[in-house]
Write a protein that binds this ligand. Sequence first.
Ligand SMILES: [Zn+2]
Length: 122
Amino acid sequence: MHEASVVEELVRLLRTKAEELHATSVRRVTLVVGELTGYMEESLGFYYEILSRDTLLAGSELVVTYVKPKLHCESCDALFERSLYSFDCPTCGRPGSMTKIGSEFYIESMEAELPDDEPKPA
Ligand SMILES: [Zn+2]
């Protein structure tokens, strides 16, 4: 269950950010997660709910945006999604190599309620 430790770190970062903003509550958090991380949306949501309990993040919605892994073709500089049985470039047919696309894990946005203002993304 490696999601538990990444969500713990995530909640720590978000709490720090929410406190810096003097937020009264957090409405929605959007994550960008590469499929190569293997993190499952259900598990992330499960741990998020548990670990955000009794914090500023309690009750906020966790939105996960997945990124499909892409390969890079050295020959024609194309970026392409890997098909099930092939690493070959759909443009020129040469084998592509792995890139960092698909290994992402970061917070894209956090929507928080601020004391004086309308809610705005942070
Ligand atoms: Zn190519």
